[in-house]
Design a protein around this ligand. Structure first.
Ligand SMILES: [Zn+2]
Length: 54
């Protein structure tokens, strides 16, 4: 599952969300701290990257 990192422009806190692409495109992203929709997407990380060593 893709994990997206956002930063809120209002309270300047970072938060991560697991979103489907459709949810991301529709832009229904809200800051969990202040409920603002004025958020900026940071880097995209992927939880598929594991620490498993072979
Ligand atoms: Zn906020």
């Amino acid at each position: 599952m893709p994990v997206y990192v956002f930063q809120c422009r209002d309270c300047h806190k970072e938060f991560t969300l697991v979103l489907r692409m459709k949810e991301l495109e529709e832009g229904h992203i809200r800051c969990p701290h202040c409920q603002s929709s004025n958020v900026e997407q940071m880097v995209a990380a992927f939880s598929a990257v594991t620490s498993k060593k072979s």
